[in-house]
Design a protein around this ligand. Sequence first.
Ligand code: HEC
Ligand code: HEC
Length: 316
Amino acid sequence: MADNKAQVKDTGHVWDGIKELDNPCPRWWLNSLWLSGLLVVVYFILYPSLPLINDSTKGLLGWTQINEYKADLAEVEKIRKPFEDKLAAMSVNEILTDQKMLNYAIGSSKVLFGDNCAACHGTGGAPAEGAGYPNLTDDDWLYGGSINEIQMSIAKGRTGSMPAHAKLLKAEEVDQLVKFVVNSSNGTATEAGKALYTSKGCFACHGADAKGVKMMGSANLTDRIWRFSGDEEQIRHTILHGVNDGTDTETRVAVMPAWSERLAVILQLTADAIADDEDPTEIDWEDELEGDESERLTETEIKKLAVYVHQFGGGQ
Ligand code: HEC
Ligand code: HEC
């Protein structure tokens, strides 16, 4: 070693007795340097590189990020297409009994729900406490928890309405009704409370048993699941100001937007035909659907979402 060193040129620099030699760089290192220089040129020719004023040089391969994204997307669409086609031809009830399609529908609904529904109903269907939106994960349904009812809720939208009672009731009647509602929720309603509830017309919407009527989306007053709140002041507020009563500025607002009026009409007319013992395949849709074209989500998307909401745990 010592001999070897002696043959190497030195730079003439000496620090603290250490001599700086002038060895050539290792060959492998130099080769990599040249190779990386060459790669720069190759990339430069093949890919977009030099920025110009409004654009950049394109490169021989014509590669762009957006093209790569589109190619990937086309790949995904190709895998999804058979499922989407099959789903389009199935009813929600059929999807529920087909495990493979059910998994697909649920898997592809997460983003759909996140984009369109979670803002109100919360991620996973459970809204923030006191947000004023119904929880979709419990067993308590305003408009029914069957798959068909859920599908209808989404397609048609829902707007429950209860008139403001501030001008219709005396102060002590309001007190008694608040008490009746609280008592009903814990099974201690009195005959007198029930009689007032009936004589003031509450039963017409909430039902003789106060358990709510699905057709109207009137809340069940006998459980401990609250549409708005079980707090006495909040119950009083609902009774005084109602829900969606345009004549009262303090009314509660509860609007579930419609996602496809078109699908809502199709579902309704099909259900009516079946109820009347008629053949729904004979309906002249071209005639019936005129003017009901508004669609914010497609029929297949709504089916997926109905299935998704149904499996949150509260579906019936
Ligand atoms: C702007 C807020 C809002 C958005 C967005 C929204 N909802 Fe709703 N949703 C509501 C409200 C409010 C109600 C209750 C209506 C009422 O009280 O009459 C409701 C009710 C429902 C019901 C009926 C619940 C029951 O107890 O019967 C279902 C099912 C539902 N929504 C699903 C969805 C799905 C799925 C989406 C996304 C496509 C969605 N909602 C988007 C506000 C919203
Ligand atoms: C025209 C129909 C109608 C009448 C009459 C009516 N309600 Fe309601 N009520 C509703 C509907 C619909 C809802 C649910 C609104 C929603 O969620 O969109 C509701 C909600 C409520 C709630 C909220 C329950 C909760 O879980 O937060 C209370 C309390 C209530 N009603 C009490 C009464 C009382 C007491 C009377 C009689 C004075 C009455 N209602 C009369 C339709 C009616």
